[in-house]
Design a protein around this ligand. Sequence first.
Ligand SMILES: Cc1cc2nc3c(=O)[nH]c(=O)nc-3n(C[C@H](O)[C@H](O)[C@H](O)COP(=O)(O)O)c2cc1C
Length: 308
Amino acid sequence: MLDWTDKHCRYFHRILTKQTLLYTEMVTTGAILFGKGDYLAFNAKEHPVSLQLGGSEPKALAQCAKLAQERGYDEINLNVGCPSDRVQNGMFGACLMANAELVAKCVASMQEQIDIPVTVKTRIGIDDQDSYTFLCQFIEKVMPFTKTFIIHARKAWLSGLSPKENREVPPLNYERVYQLKQDYPHLTIAINGGIKTIDEIKQHLHYVDGVMVGREAYQNPMLLTQIDSQIFGLPKPAIDPILAIKGLYPYIEQQLTKGAQLNHIMRHTLGIFNGRKGAKQWRRYLSENAHKQGAGIEVVEQALTFIN
Ligand SMILES: Cc1cc2nc3c(=O)[nH]c(=O)nc-3n(C[C@H](O)[C@H](O)[C@H](O)COP(=O)(O)O)c2cc1C
């Protein structure tokens, strides 16, 4: 998720769950090939991690996929679900649903270059192209080149709604995603959209192969601490949130010496104590202090004193 699942966030989430597949923010082929920063940077502790690419030029995507494989990513995911104007101007994201042939070419071109899986994240439709037949036509064009689709169970309006509204206004239609799994049982289908609890995840898993959780995992990271035992069946107690924060200390120290700012790391942890006494003070203390010049572990330690 853009601006959310950066490398600091993923490192933190990996402390909370060992099994869950983590995704990067969408990174465009332009940024990777022509940008100044290292847009493929990630920490070896993040595995398994999927790089989400935004783009629609088969050659550029293949080049980026190859670079990503060399860097050690576990999977490449193509974004065919983002409806923002910026992304549409670049001719990628959700608008690509209208051009399944191009998506097929993009996926094929990437998969030819790499051995790690290429997967596709998409919606159930766009604008008035929202019938089940439309979705099936899209899937059928692309499925010769990938077996795995993650489906955000609402359509996107390509104009008139902001990206935020496009995550809230079009109604969720889980049945449609279940239908897809029923009609294409050989595909791996993961469902996404509005899923918030372990019970809901378990419910969906009766019908599909996987569940992607976005906002809830970010805003309520404690959810992630239950996944390994409740979903993957590992005999492992959920990690204590205070220990999770302390588990970040070596990473924080290392990142601060590399020039990172404490608030850029800690902002992803703000929701960890939600519902607990002192959670508000924890958030407030970090928000008011972690951005200050020279802020380090002592700021986190102080913020933790509010939690009991
Ligand atoms: C801040 C933010 C950034 C997002 N960025 C991306 C992105 O880069 N790529 C993507 O496929 N989806 C992105 N999404 C959409 C989510 O991945 C997800 O599909 C959507 O929020 C619905 O799932 P949820 O209800 O579990 O959050 C973003 C969502 C949010 C809130």
